[in-house]
Every structure is written in C-alpha cells, then in structure tokens.
Design a protein around this ligand. Structure first.
Ligand code: CO
Length: 208
C-alpha cells in the first residue's frame, strides 16, 4: 500500500468536504449524535458507513470477526452500553455478510489455536440450529444460512442486555438484523422480529 497516496487522499477528502460546507469540520468538532449503533464484521470488503451511504457522525461503529455480541467481551459491551446509555442511539444494527471467513472457520471441526474461544461462540450457533442446518445438503447454502442464523443469535444477545431492555421500555429502541452480500453489494434485511425474541427470552433474561 502506498501510504503517501493515503495522505494525498486525505487532503483531497478534506478539500472536497470544505468545498461543499466550509463549516464541515468545525461542526463535526462540536460532538457526535449518531442515531444508530452498527455492529459488523472486520472483513475488509464490508465497510460500515460506505455501504449505507452515511456520513461521519451518523453511525457509531463496532467491528469484530463475524459481528459477534459476546456478553463477556468487554469491548463490545462497552460500545453497546456507551451507545445506548450515553449517545442514546435509537437503533442497533447487527450486520453480517455472506462469505464470512469467521463463520467458515467455525464450520470446520478443527483446532484453530488462539481463535478457538472466539469461534466457539459461532460453533454454539451451529449447535443451536444443527437440525435445520444439517438438513441443508448444499454446502454453500448451509454456509449462507449459518451467516443469517448468526446474525439472528447476535440480535438475541443484544436483547439479553439490561441496557437494551431498559432503552426499549424508555424510548422504544429498535434492533435490526442485516446481511451484506459481497457478490451483489446489496444489504438484505432479515426482518428479525426482535420484540418477539425479547418477549420469548424474558422468562429467563428479563433484567429490567
Ligand atoms: Co466476516
């Protein structure tokens, strides 16, 4: 990678922004009021703002391998709690993607060393849904379906948190599960009925 080019690109970007709005950076310097928290995969092909057509300041972003929301991951939990309680976002998005390397790795019964504890959480999603998944004979379709089910399970992990449950009661915060198709560039809304999931899990996970 040509890093001189990176700094040149940055200069052009600044010039471009200032041409449209001379106060662009002065205003940005005042603070952030994003309306959504986006949790996506670290995959270099799946951007956050760019694929949604959003500007800096519009989305609070967290990315990790396979867009996981793990309750003892202090990183994602800090991001989630800060976004909900301090930034007061009205939407949380979990965005997975087809061709996810993390999901692919978890589908192989193989020792992957230091990656094992992280991938364990994806393997758990497989185990939860193994009856459905094992019926899919086409490997590519099975892979796609696990990506979708993983998004669904991470959405359920969001509704298990006290922060989300509280914000749902207080201001009706919404949750969305999406999949990005690298092949077509399109975002697919899985139309996850998070209110139903919230209701279903509350017998055990009701924290508020
Ligand atoms: Co991925």
């Amino acid at each position: 990678m040509d890093f001189d080019k990176v700094f040149e690109n940055n200069e052009s970007w600044v010039a471009e922004k200032l041409k449209v709005d001379p106060d662009y950076f002065t205003n940005m310097n005042k603070g952030q009021t994003p309306s959504l928290l986006y949790v996506g995969c670290s995959d270099s092909r799946v951007s956050a703002e760019e694929l949604m057509g959003l500007e800096p300041g519009e989305a609070f972003v967290h990315r990790n391998v396979a867009n996981m929301v793990i309750s003892i991951d202090l990183n994602v939990m800090t991001v989630l709690n800060y976004a909900i309680n301090n930034l007061k976002v009205d939407h949380v998005v979990i965005c997975g993607h087809y061709q996810c390397g993390g999901v692919k790795a978890a589908m192989q019964a193989k020792d992957l060393g230091i990656l094992n504890p992280w991938l364990r959480n994806i393997r758990d999603v497989y185990r939860l849904h193994h009856e459905e998944l094992d019926q899919i004979k086409d490997e590519a379709r099975k892979y796609d379906r696990l990506v979708e089910l993983n998004v669904q399970e991470q959405c359920i992990n969001i509704v298990k948190t006290a922060a989300f449950q509280e914000a749902f009661i207080e201001r009706g915060i919404k949750l969305h599960g999406w999949v990005f198709s690298i092949e077509t560039g399109r975002l697919i809304d899985l139309k996850i009925d998070f209110e139903k999931h919230l209701k279903d899990i509350q017998a055990i996970y009701k924290l508020i």
